[in-house]
Design a protein around this ligand. Sequence first.
Ligand code: GDD
Length: 445
Amino acid sequence: MSLQVPHRTKAGGSPSTKAVILVGGPSRGTRFRPLSLDVPKPLFEVAGHPIIWHCFRAVTKVPSIKEVFLVGYYDESIFQPFIKEMASAYPHIQVRYLREYQALGTAGGLYHFRDAILKGRPDRFFVLNADVCCSFPLGEMLRLFEEKNAEAVILGTRVGNDAASNFGCIVSDAHSKRVLHYVEKPESHISNLINCGVYLFSTECIFPSIKSAIKRRTDRPRLVSYPSSEALDSYYPTFSADDDDDDSGEKNEVIRLEQDILSDLADSRQFFVLETKDFWRQIKTAGSAVPANALYLISAMQNQSEELAKPSANILQPVFIHPSAQVDPTAKLGPNVSIGPRAIIGAGVRVKESIVLEDAEIRHDACVLYSIIGWSSKVGAWARVEGTPTPVREHSTSVVKNGVKVQSITILGKECAVADEVRVQNCVCLPFKELKRDVANEIIM
Ligand code: GDD
């Protein structure tokens, strides 16, 4: 298939922009379990909305974007209700799910669906990893893109030196903001400016770059890319010796932006970094939903969102309460609490830094701190379910207790029950479990 590349700017018109949100697929990784046993991670609700809603809403604020693609390898039906809802809330934006028939990698999916992305000859498009929580300063990225006449812009943030090698690392010229060097998860320290998983690419630059990477791959098939960091253990690529230049992309498509494209862009293209000082973190482990919930709630509070509960003696802002939830007026909630649809919060309950999901019930005088209470789970009277506080900007959700690394956030999966007066501390509890005695630092299977 030949690649049609549009002109940089449409004659006489303003540059048009699209957006792609990379949603991944039903990963074999275990990091978001037990929550992903019941809902695909991008649809898990933080601060009252699915994780991808936060990405999507940022995209809707860019006036030139009229079309958004969710690209992934989940079943078609998974995102239909979300797409329907977005289509009615934002009628001027067309939203489509493009399904990869297998994991194609972060660049392979873009290339596979290049005709859909290039339709209407957009000049540039955003790519957002769905599993990051941030303020998505897309407007600032666009401004930098235009000011520098860039071919690619990446969003970067500074992290502690010890955390940097868990991410893509960027070496840049502080003055010009040009990316000089990019290494994905380096073994030794090269920079603490890391890749946030948000990009803006010119269509003229990125598709030929992916095509060259596919060609290199075809010429040297041992240079394998894994479709996702979550699938390193289980992925076995297949190769065909008779790939030719034009359809090689159809047979050997696992191509990752991070491993196969970005370092080349740094070497040869107009590639710039926008360093954000605003909040950013990944949503990888189930526990990381709690700090992500806090960051989005704090941001909603700063933006005076009407969705948040009004502050009072018993509501310490920010708190989100779904309109169908029942909260006893003597319960004390917050800060950084989300209460899902039809949840019931009894008298004298205390909830802090936690997410209580749909149909869960917290009975009177129970205490829930740094935890996620799964769908339809029950916490008994005077029970205590708690995790350990970690700074909201810390990039890990584990702590060491008695010499053992455990999750800092306590998580009850779907339909768990904690008996009256029982204490659950730093535990991850799989769905349908009953906890009748005190437990600490355990995974309850
Ligand atoms: N459509 C699609 N197809 N999406 C994919 C695929 C795929 O084959 N593989 C991964 N994704 C999506 C994931 O769902 C996630 O939203 C994003 O792409 C990146 O996921 P990973 O491949 O697991 O990478 P990572 O999260 O370990 O690292 C990436 O993100 C970091 C920031 O969060 C890299 O870009 C790092 O450099 C970066 O620092």
